[in-house]
Design a protein around this ligand. Structure first.
Ligand code: GLN
Length: 309
């Protein structure tokens, strides 16, 4: 087990920040456009319960696509593998996260995996509950347990901002509805999905959730099983094959850590048996991953030999 040391992490953050000028914050969700591209923070939560961090880890980051892995875990627990994978596939796409293209090619039509928007919408559709409020509360309760933080909630501002502008996601929903993958009201599903994406937390919370996955679903402090081993395994596998969108192959080769990113600039990473990592760096590359965050993870992975391969 490597000893992560604060001075070294601070140095790595400063190095990675130099790349911020090559990135761009996401502004297709207007509220995310306000982020400072020079921000970069990281928390490493080790299996012995220690946290080492660098940068301003009090800043909250909205999960965006990171929420896809948490919604998937909940839905797998709720409904089991067979039902979930009847509606969504297991294969990487090689297309951007919001692409509609492959939906037309696959017969019968079904989103290729739960990490692209079409697949994530199908997964969110499967969250159980009688109303949007009950469903988001169930997801929040699950996320709070994983993070060990009862305060976690969603940003009304970011949820509203995405809800008002999510035309492409609405079109994905209508396509899915036409093909019988979803059968609920599209506006309700968008309400739930945009709230799910706007759940916000610090890098320390992200790192602790990463650690739960790294420990095969166990709470790092109590040892309690927060999700079945199989669910943790499926989620980590998707993180490797599709977690960084259509940059997942390069990420696996250069970094080799199961990880999930979001267009807010957040990354949640799980180093099996060793640690969870949470990163916030809103300067994104052209695939929508945190450019500075990926640089930072690459440095960490090389320094501490974190690749699982
Ligand atoms: N809420 C975002 C969207 O659906 C999440 C996308 C992402 O983080 N890649 O567009």
């Amino acid at each position: 087990m490597p000893v992560y040391n604060k001075e070294e992490l601070v140095r790595f953050v400063e190095e990675a920040k130099q790349y911020a000028r090559y990135g761009k914050v996401a502004d297709y969700i207007p509220a995310l456009g306000k982020a400072n591209p020079n921000e970069l923070s990281i928390a490493v939560y080790t299996a012995d319960g220690k946290v080492v961090d660098a940068g301003d880890v009090t800043v909250k980051v909205t999960l965006q696509s990171i929420s896809k892995i948490l919604a998937l875990a909940l839905v797998l627990i709720d409904r089991g593998e067979d039902e979930v994978f009847r509606k969504v596939g297991m294969e990487p796409t090689g297309d951007p996260f919001n692409s509609i293209a492959k939906l037309e090619e696959v017969q019968p039509s079904k989103p290729l995996n739960p990490m692209i928007n079409a697949g994530a919408l199908a997964v969110t559709h499967m969250i159980r509950g009688r109303s949007v409020e009950e469903r988001i509360e169930r997801l929040l309760a699950f996320i709070r347990r994983l993070a060990g933080n009862e305060q976690i909630t969603y940003s009304e501002e970011v949820a509203q901002s995405e809800f008002e502008t999510a035309f492409l996601n609405r079109s994905l929903c209508y396509f899915l509805k036409q093909h019988g993958i979803i059968d609920e009201d599209v506006e309700e599903l968008m309400d739930l999905y945009t709230k799910q994406c706007a759940v916000e937390m610090t890098c320390i919370d992200l790192a602790r959730i990463g650690l739960v996955f790294a420990l095969d679903g166990r709470d790092p402090h109590s040892g309690e099983l927060l999700m079945p081993l199989d669910v943790a395994r499926i989620c980590k596998t998707f993180m490797v094959t599709c977690g960084m969108y259509n940059a997942s192959g390069e990420f696996a080769i250069k970094i080799g850590i199961p990880a999930k990113s979001g267009v807010s600039g957040g990354i949640l990473a799980a180093v099996p048996g060793r640690c969870g990592i949470g990163i916030f760096g809103p300067a994104l590359d052209d695939k929508g991953n945190s450019l500075t965050g990926v640089k930072l993870l690459e440095r960490l992975s090389k320094t501490y030999s974190l690749s699982i391969f």
